[in-house]
Ligand binder design. Structure first.
Ligand SMILES: [Fe+2]
Length: 159
């Protein structure tokens, strides 16, 4: 999210925080995903803009908050995609995003058994909303994940 914000000339700190908290409720309340997050954020007086952005990542799945702003469209588009990129990286010999390109992810696109939980339609819809091609979105997602490869465990083997 920080990478995507910088690319769009937006506030990386804000986008990063929204990315960080977007699944806040998932571990404790998987059955009430997004609903509990909204409750917690409201109780703690979070700004409406943050609440809307977080809820929009679950549009059509857990909420009816349609992504409208750039940040909303972005979190909606990359939430599922980061999962597919991460899984694609982990099956590589290097186990890393550092040497991975968009085509590695594209190869897995139509293999429904691979990362079966990742909703490809959501990613396609997200790219369309952002007005970018799927290839561009995947490339940006990889570039963003490379910047935090160590933190997310996708740096691969240490030499
Ligand atoms: Fe989620």
């Amino acid at each position: 999210m920080r990478y995507m914000a910088e690319k769009a000339g937006e506030d990386a700190e804000k986008w990063g925080i929204i990315g960080l908290i977007h699944d806040l409720d998932y571990e404790l309340y998987p059955e009430q995903h997004c609903i509990m997050t909204e409750k917690i954020l409201r109780e703690n007086n979070w700004p409406e803009e943050y609440i809307r952005a977080v809820l929009s990542h679950g549009w059509g799945l857990a909420t009816d908050i349609e992504p409208v702003s750039r940040i909303e469209k972005t979190i909606y588009a990359v939430d599922e995609l980061t999962g597919l990129v991460a899984t694609s990286a982990l099956v590589r010999p290097s186990k890393s995003v550092l040497d991975m390109e968009a085509r590695s992810v594209k190869k897995k696109w139509n293999d429904k058994r691979f990362a079966a939980g990742v909703n490809r339609e959501v990613i396609e819809k997200g790219a369309e909303m952002l007005g970018v091609t799927l290839d561009e979105l995947i490339t940006d997602c990889i570039l963003g994940m490379r910047q935090v490869a160590r933190e997310i465990g996708l740096e691969g083997m240490r030499p």
